[in-house]
Design a protein around this ligand. Sequence first.
Ligand SMILES: C[S@@+](CC[C@H](N)C(=O)[O-])C[C@H]1O[C@@H](n2cnc3c(N)ncnc32)[C@H](O)[C@@H]1O
Length: 217
Amino acid sequence: MRARRYASGNRALRGSFGARAQASAAEAYGTQVVDVAGILGTAISPADPDRAIIEPWASGVGGRILDVGSGTGRWTAHLDALGHTVEGLEPAERLVNLARAHFPGVTFHHGAIADLVEADRRWDGILSWYSLIHMGLGELPEALAILRTALRDGGSLLLSFFSGPRLEAFSHPIATAYRWPMADMEQALADAGFADVAQQMGPFSAHAVMSARAIER
Ligand SMILES: C[S@@+](CC[C@H](N)C(=O)[O-])C[C@H]1O[C@@H](n2cnc3c(N)ncnc32)[C@H](O)[C@@H]1O
């Protein structure tokens, strides 16, 4: 199934957020110049410390998981191999093709968060592993709101990002990225319709993880 199936009818939202965010991410991660597969890898090492965060979270979801910004497909395939029902969503076509070639038994959709606006289904869990890192104040709040609508009520979001004392852009090997203060990210999650925000890592770490529950509205 291609992301076209998610095609949005909310033109105002797509116009202000979707086209811009999707195009820039797809361009940055889709270029041949950047060895994204070399940077991210295509497999999860047995010693990868993030396993201790992602695996228990996935087990707690107990349903269908969407890996948003799945990149090379490494976490999608890893969770699939553990027996979870999971599929990937990725805007860079080159990475979608790479993921499909490496993991032919796993479903990868070509599309971006904006394409979820009118998704005809809901997920029980959304993994967003460093996939919002290129979004600042102008994009991240809307992206979180879309992820909220893509989750069933009570569904769970697991989000990793770069944190810092102030919201600021910084140079990243692939595209400009942002550091988000923990309090600002918590507020953005609350504004988007999430509650029970839990920090999975220390507030002073540059690499932050939060889980949050989609609340009934
Ligand atoms: C740092 S990589 C992480 C990839 C993957 N989650 C992992 O941990 O291996 C960020 C990913 O987010 C994707 N991305 C960026 N903007 C996105 C958007 N608006 N919607 C969905 N994915 C996006 C990029 O294309 C890229 O694959």
